[in-house]
Design a protein around this ligand. Structure first.
Ligand code: FAD
Length: 429
């Protein structure tokens, strides 16, 4: 009997029929062939940082923790090949040692590189998009156990779809990324009146390489973050980083969430207090240290990508939502340029992301449903790894190349070796 597996947020669990830890591409191929012979489903899992059931299986769970090496890194071209199970925090460290860096990344670095790419993981960027846009090539083990490599030049139809694959096309055993020379980012973090942030949203985005903000429901203040390239390092001291990022951002925030659960009526006051304690700060450090930070307080999340021009109106409506009152977690707003990845949430349109969070274990359904109604009304596309209720019929309307992806999946996985209930819902079979 296998042990139960749970995701990071502990809102998804599974007890697979078997767990495999292949150490080579041949072993991955063997695992898939044996599962096919036994009529079982197969699913690779990363770090379990998705909030949806996208990584669940009743069949064979494949963990790539023995396929977690940097294969090559060419400092001259920035071309980097890594195995599928490598976690992002190790990738960042290995790249830094070689004078290289990813161009953009999300808030945390706990995900595996393939897990992150598969759901369209993104950060915030005026000019630079999701991790999938930094991909040059992929190696996949397909449903029949064969190995396929794809890039713009080789199997370009597979490459297009597999850049954000939802884990439905095969097991990704390695990826080739386009990195760049390491660079410093100057972080400028400061509270601002929410009204000013919304009024000047387009200018804030246009004036910064990476702009984002957090807004605590029920307050009039937002914490803004601007990250721009710089040349002189000025990192936070270790003690200050410990106090601000661990004690305040994680420790005090966790205590606030706990207090809010036990005294819900105090939430507006706690949120006002939290927004008043946000002190301005600036520092300059290597890109991974500025882009990512630890998240120790567990939560569940929903995030939608909106056409950029609609986000301010949606946020104004969100401010008026009665369901947002009493929520102790902030709303996070980020941006991305349009990209050309068929199932990327930013496909073909300049986008803004709105993410809502709720402390793990607190009820979220009413709040998320009210926010989701606003997002759907504004043609929002849900993050594939974060909670949402859309199905294939709605998603087909939102993605012009949806049917192209489905046709490719039909060709690569006709027997649905890699499917699960979440994929049946969002892909329609
Ligand atoms: C604290 C926290 C912070 C987050 N911050 C951000 C953020 O800033 N931006 C953002 O966009 N998202 C963010 N997310 C969401 C997260 O990045 C995505 O859900 C991501 O997919 C998780 O990566 P993972 O390695 O945990 O993959 P998992 O959740 O384990 O798996 C995700 C999918 O990838 C598939 N998969 C994994 N490995 C392979 C493989 N080798 N081959 C084929 N398929 C594979 C799985 O089957 C599954 O379908 C955050 C999540 C958490 C919990």
């Amino acid at each position: 009997m296998q042990r139960m597996w749970q995701n990071w947020a502990r809102n998804q669990s599974m007890t697979p029929a078997a767990v495999e830890h292949p150490a080579s591409v041949d072993e991955v191929s063997r695992v898939v062939k044996e599962a096919a012979a036994a009529g079982r489903h197969v699913k690779a899992i990363g770090s379990g940082h998705s909030f949806t059931g996208i990584g669940l299986t009743d069949g064979v769970l494949v963990q790539l923790d023995r396929l977690d090496r940097l294969v090559s890194a060419d400092a001259a071209t920035g071309r980097v090949v890594v195995q599928g199970g490598l976690p992002l925090h190790r990738l960042n460290a290995l790249l830094t040692e070689r004078g290289l860096s990813l161009t953009n990344m999300g808030d945390v670095d706990a995900q595996t590189v393939t897990g992150a790419i598969s759901t369209g993981t993104h950060g915030t960027g005026r000019d630079s998009g999701a991790l999938a846009t930094q991909l040059l090539a992929l190696e996949l083990v397909l449903a029949d156990g064969s190995v396929l490599t794809c890039s713009q030049e080789e199997n370009p139809d597979v490459f297009a779809a597999a850049r954000v694959s939802l884990g439905a096309l095969g097991i990704v055993t390695s990826v080739t990324l386009q990195a760049e020379p390491t660079f410093l980012l100057r972080a400028d973090e400061r509270p601002m009146p929410m009204a000013d942030v919304l009024d000047g949203f387009d200018e804030h985005v246009a004036g910064n390489e990476h702009f984002e903000f957090y807004w605590f429901p029920g307050t009039r203040t937002a914490l803004t973050k601007r990250n721009n390239r710089a040349t002189v390092a000025a990192p936070l001291g270790r003690v200050r980083a410990l106090v601000e990022d661990e004690l305040l951002a994680n420790g005090l925030f966790g205590a606030t969430c706990w207090a809010a659960r036990h005294a819900p009526r105090a939430v507006p006051a706690l949120n006002r207090l939290a927004s008043r304690t946000m002190a301005p700060r600036t520092y300059t450090d290597t890109a991974p240290r500025v882009f990512t930070s630890p998240r120790r307080v567990r939560f569940v999340e929903m995030e939608y990508a909106l056409p950029r021009e609609r986000v301010v109106d949606v946020l104004r409506a969100l401010q008026r939502l009665p369901e947002a009152r009493g929520v102790s977690f902030p709303v996070e707003v980020r941006v991305a340029p349009a990209d050309d990845v068929p199932l990327s949430t930013a496909y073909g349109r300049t986008s803004a992301y709105v993410a809502v969070h709720v402390y793990r274990g607190d009820p979220y359904e009413t709040y998320f449903a009210a926010v989701e109604a606003l997002m759907v009304e504004a043609d929002g596309r849900p993050h594939w790894g974060k909670l949402h209720t859309l199905g294939a019929a709605q998603l087909r309307e939102l993605y012009p190349r949806f049917d192209e992806y489905v046709a490719l999946r039909n060709r690569l996985d006709p027997e649905r070796r890699f499917t699960n209930p979440y994929l049946e819902r969002v892909l329609g079979s």
